[in-house]
Design a protein. Structure first.
Length: 262
């Protein structure tokens, strides 16, 4: 049976796994589902149509599933879906989706949200994502797997961040950021592939060199995107990571892709 502190307020309609822990003064709404092994710390609010997977940890004063900060929202039963093994530290806020958006704010597995991180409505967050203190996602943002967002970073609505993207602290992004790249600044500029981070993730030297060659062709050659993509396909070994980069660059974008470099 779930361990619920006597000062917590848990709706009888909430669905809690038998080994969930709800600590003091937390509030769990009627449409909430919390999976096995999860620990909800004190003074947490989880509301709305929120489904959390297993072994998640939520720290004090966090709020998950609150209504979106969107004037179009009129109380529709939109969702927050959170995977397994995620950590939400103090004061994290995650808002549910909107009917005119995806209808759901989705977070993958093994994500780590540090103090005061904010995930807005309709964001689609991959797995193994890290958001440092005060990092903020506007609505409809997409974060690829293994993305790292530095402290006090602000991402504009509808921005896409590719897999393994790394954004330095106190940056502001108004356009998409390609996968495997490092960006910093306000507005953010690209510094090329995040070689140190990619090596730490076990990526081979050959793959990193191929990404660096692709970066120089796409972002520094002065070619149009179409011509740059063709040149990469002709001259760079087609590692899967190179194909991922090219697919990102040629996919539809609402904000455009960052091409400013340092």
């Amino acid at each position: 049976m779930a361990v619920i502190h006597p000062t917590a307020i848990v709706s009888p309609d909430a669905q809690l796994a038998d080994d969930v822990t709800i600590e003091a003064y937390s509030i769990i709404g009627p449409h909430v589902t919390i999976g096995s092994g999860s620990v909800i710390g004190p003074h947490v609010v989880i509301d709305g149509w929120t489904i959390m997977g297993e072994r998640n940890q939520v720290s004090p004063f966090s709020t998950i599933g609150a209504p979106p900060q969107d004037f179009s929202y009129a109380g529709e039963p939109t969702q927050v879906l959170i995977g397994n093994d995620c950590v939400m530290r103090e004061n994290v806020t995650i808002h549910r989706g909107t009917q005119r958006g995806a209808g759901v704010t989705r977070i993958g597995d093994h994500c780590y949200f540090m103090v005061s991180a904010h995930v807005a409505h309709d964001c689609q967050v991959g797995s193994h994502v890290v958001m440092a203190n005060g990092a903020t996602l506007g609505g409809h943002v997409q974060l690829g797997d293994h993305a790292s967002i530095g402290g006090l970073v602000a991402l504009h609505q509808f921005v896409r961040i590719g897999t393994y993207g790394f954004i330095g602290g106190m940056s502001a992004l108004g356009k998409d950021m390609p996968p495997y790249m490092l960006a910093s600044g306000a507005p953010a500029k690209l510094y090329g592939p995040n070689g140190v981070g990619l090596r730490r993730q076990g990526m081979s030297t050959e793959t990193i060199q191929a990404l660096k060659r692709s970066y120089r062709i796409i972002f520094r050659s002065g070619l149009s995107l179409k011509d740059a993509v063709e040149k990469v396909r002709a001259e760079v070994e087609p590692f899967p990571e190179v194909e991922t980069l090219l697919a990102f660059m040629t996919a539809p974008s609402k904000r455009g892709v960052t091409r400013d470099t340092v």
